[in-house]
Each structure stands twice: as C-alpha cells, then as structure tokens.
Design a protein around this ligand. Sequence first.
Ligand code: NAD
Length: 425
Amino acid sequence: MTDIFTETKKSIIAISKKFKLDQDEVKEFLEPNRVVEVKIPVDFKNGQTEVFRGFRSQHNNKLGPYKGGNRVHKNVSREEVMTLSLWMTLKCAVADLPYGGGKGGIIVDPKTLTEEQLETLSRKYVRAVYDVIGSDRDVPAPDVNTNPKIMDWMSNEYLKISRERKINLPENLLYATFTGKSDKDHGLAGRTEATGFGGVVILKELVQRLGLKPENQTIAIQGFGNVGNYFAQFASNAGFKVVAVSDSKGAITERNHQFKALDIPLVIKCKEEKGIVAGCYCVGGVCDLTKGRPISNEELLELPVDVLVPAALENVINKKNMEKIKAKIIIEMANGPVSYEAYEYLTKKGVVIVPDILANAGGVTGSYIEWKQNIENKKYKKEETLKMIEGIMEMAFDNIWNEAANLKTHLKEASTVHALKKLLE
Ligand code: NAD
C-alpha cells in the first residue's frame, strides 16, 4: 500500500507536469528539509517510565521560519507529519505569509492520559525539540487535540529551558516561538475566530466575482466546532442564509426544504444546552423542533443548497457520493474534505470549489498575527486582528483567482501552481 506522503507527492507532480514546471526542481522541493524524530521518556510518578515518540517535520523555509501545528493522536506517523508540513509550505505561500511549512506530533491517544500526564508529556516534547524550534526558526501551533492550554504549557516550558540555558533573548521573542496560546498568556484576541472568519472573507469574494448576492445563497455546514461554528456566525452576519448545520451526532434543517435562515446564536446556545445540534432548529428567535428535521451528515452533504461547507473531516465528498452533490459552490474548510476524483468530477460539472490551502488559511494567518504581535511586543484588539486577516485573505483570493484565469484551470490547480512558482523561483 502506498503511503499518504507518496500519494501526495504524486498528485503535486501531476499538476506541476501539466503546467510545465521544472520536474527536477519540483521533486527536490517535495522532500522535507529535515524530519526530527524524538524519543520522549516520561516518568509518570507511578514508578513506571513510559516512552513516547514525537516528530517535527521541517519541510521548507525558503519564505520564512517553518510554521505548522503539533498534533497529539495515536495515528501520528512520520509520513503524516511530512505530508502535512508540505501542505503548510504551500498554504503559507498561497496566503503570502513570511513562513515556510512545518508540522509535528506525538503518538498517543490523549484520552488515555490524565491532564497532569498530558502536561508532563507536552513539556517533555518541548525539551526534546528545543534545539530545532524558535521564533526565527520553527514556530509550532495547535492542531488535532492541542489547544491553548497545551500551547501555554509548551511556551512556558520553552521559557524555562531558555532561562536554564541562560539564553539572552527578550521574553516576547521567546513567546513568539509558539502560536495558539491563550489570550491571557500572550495569545491573540481573535485567534479562535480566525479560520472561520477567513473562510467567510473568501466566500464573500467568490460570490462577488460570480455576480451572486449573499442573501440569495443558502449554505449547509458540516461540523459545528471551532471552524464551522464561526463560519456560520460570520456568514450569517454577512447576510448569507445558513440553513443546515451538523456535528458528529447529526444535522438539522427545515422540514420541507423551504429553507429559512437558522438563528445561529440561538443554535449555539441550544447546542450548549442539549449537547447536539440535531435537536436545535432555531429560526427567528425561537427553537421549535416540530418545524425542523434532524438528518444525517450524509444527507446534509446532499441537500439542494447553493453552498456546501465541509468543516469537519477529510474525504467526506468522494467517489461514493459525488454524483449526489447539488451545491454549486464548495468551500473546503476542513483539510482535504473533497477527494481528488470528486474534485475533478464536480469541477467538470461546473461546481466552483475553493481548496483548503486557500479557504482555511485564515487560521495560519491568525497565527502569523500572534507571532508578529509577540515579536513587536504589542497586544492587538480582536477587531484589528480580523481586519488584518480580511486584508490578507482578500489579497490571497485575488492572486489565486487571477492565476486560475491565466492558467485556464480550477482554483486547486491554480493554488498549487501559484505556490510552487513562488517556492521554486
Ligand atoms: P473541532 O474539533 O473544533 O470541530 C470538529 C467538528 O466536526 C465538531 O463539531 C464535531 O462534532 C464535528 N464532527 C466530528 N466528526 C464528524 C462527522 N463524522 N460528521 C460530521 N461532523 C463531525 O475542529 P475544528 O478546529 O473546527 O477543525 C475542523 C477542520 O478544520 C479540521 O479538518 C481541521 O484540520 C481544519 N482546520 C482547522 C483550523 C483551525 O484553526 N481550527 C485551521 C485549518 C484547518
């Protein structure tokens, strides 16, 4: 079986061949500059030492320090972090950020650890990779199963080690080594909103180019976590009609497809109370399940809406369901939610799909602003952050839209070629 890194390289090589990029240069670019693999022995104070493995893949730093998340998951592997670091290199180039691409991880199911054990492991990981990270070298961020609390432990440990080693750098530069920290501990106001907000900036740009009006566009969103939730809020505020949302337990929409815009703040409140969105049909200030219809996540993807926003998992639109997709626009907010085959099929049918490396780049753009804020020893307000993200995302969209027109191709190929041209220059 071919691994995920080999598959990813193949797909990028195919695109680069089609657009006649130098194949030797592309092949050399695809390999990461360095993959650090570390052993992390942890004494959990129960008399036993457990040994974990961790990684940090530093793919490319031509445009700036390596940048990318650190995940904590039982399926983390060398190939996975290599692949994700390659995507980060392309994503940062698409968003025109002064960053390269990196990704790291620890192999463990965090649910098997107590909070104290997770803290110990996170701190030990930082000790193990200390020499290869830094605000001008490699800047880790949160990813699957890592949150502001973990990033705070990590940055705190980084400061501790720096002091032990008598590193003579101002504290703010040491904090700039990690992003995704909590707002109260040198993090960024607006970082949690950044990805969903950035996705809506892209959607607004797209509908404008297509000559459509937000108020005429119905939207279904799969995933109501950090990304989907804020996407729903900002899209609704911008006048779009969010008519269906889902979480892992199912989805909610109107009973007879006479779509009415959901009252998103009320859906959020209802989900907080009930624990699921499937019981929350909230429109015009009231939640009334008799008018709503709980549906499955599969049905949500096949609704006759204008815009589909997969914001949960990878590969949810694939060979099996691609013929049933009715939306005319898809915004890839999750990483890799539309398979290659489905992307080609739907594009040929006239569906406009904004690829993940453009659509969800608001997240890394937020990280960039946090890093900049720490380096400049400032504290930005949430409105300032969102304004900066808006400017960067609009510019990125414009670049990729024009590239697609020049190359006469779709936005995924245009993004990849645009990034490669910059990185191979
Ligand atoms: P999250 O954990 O906050 O939320 C995930 C949501 O998906 C939850 O609502 C969960 O219930 C739902 N979900 C899980 N399994 C599902 C299923 N089988 N069907 C439908 N829904 C399901 O995660 P997030 O931070 O919102 O990230 C979502 C996606 O966006 C991921 O692919 C992530 O890699 C990507 N992404 C996130 C960021 C970020 O800044 N958070 C940045 C870029 C990309």
